[in-house]
Design a protein around this ligand. Structure first.
Ligand SMILES: [Mg+2]
Length: 223
């Protein structure tokens, strides 16, 4: 585990007897692709919606050729630098999280670059989601395993990427894994993640699923 991750995890308080929701941000709380499309348009490129991945699907407008991986990385970097604070919020995410936070604690686990962690924290605050934010790189397994080990109550994980579901399942199979992709165009490109327990349609659906699970687990408000 990197020092950057370790110190952030140490700063997050997790109550032993309170359920925990660990949620991704891009394409779960923030409309990543909607903003990224605008950013690509401003930089002479477009996304061709051929599959659920960035590499190979970002096309130069003048040549209609896919951009090389370093160019894709550069556009992602500038997107986060310029737009992390102003990305659109996914519909109903703030209200549903506020509602759920009566019954559980919320931690945002995002692969936003460390340099933009403060921008993401500001965006969460400004949009009614003032929850702790951890900036992570690569696999989320270490962070989820560490956080989940601090509570005896149910733990939920939400992410749009099937890879993260696979990796979390491997180290913390008891964590209830919800697969959610907010962008409808992206969502149609990908079925439910194999390693997830539930594929959610929207935040109303996520809230209902989590509340049902807590009811069945005998977790009452404020437990
Ligand atoms: Mg994401």
């Amino acid at each position: 585990m990197t020092e950057a991750l370790h110190s952030q995890l140490s700063d997050v308080e997790v109550a032993l007897n309170r359920p925990l929701l660990i949620t991704d941000a891009d394409e779960v709380l923030f409309a990543f692709m909607r903003g990224f499309e605008r950013h690509l348009a401003n930089n002479g490129a477009y996304f061709n919606w051929a599959s659920f991945r960035l590499n190979g699907n970002i096309i130069a407008r003048d040549s209609d050729d896919p951009l090389e991986i370093p160019q894709v990385r550069g556009l992602l970097r500038s997107y986060f630098e310029e737009h992390t604070q102003t990305m659109d919020v996914v519909e109903h995410a703030p209200e549903m999280l506020q509602h759920l936070s009566r019954r559980l604690q919320v931690v945002v686990l995002s692969n936003v670059p460390h340099a933009q962690r403060a921008d993401r924290a500001a965006a969460l605050h400004n949009n009614g989601m003032p929850f702790p934010i951890i900036s992570n790189e690569g696999s989320k397994a270490d962070a989820v395993e560490t956080l989940a080990a601090r509570t005896a109550a149910p733990v939920f994980f939400i992410d749009d990427s099937p890879n993260h579901h696979d990796e979390v399942k491997r180290v913390a199979d008891h964590v209830v894994r919800i697969h959610y992709i907010s962008d409808p165009r992206l969502s149609t490109l990908l079925g439910p993640a194999d390693a997830s327990h539930y594929r959610a349609r929207d935040w109303l659906d996520i809230r209902a699923f989590i509340e049902d699970h807590l009811d069945q687990a005998g977790q009452t408000d404020g437990a």
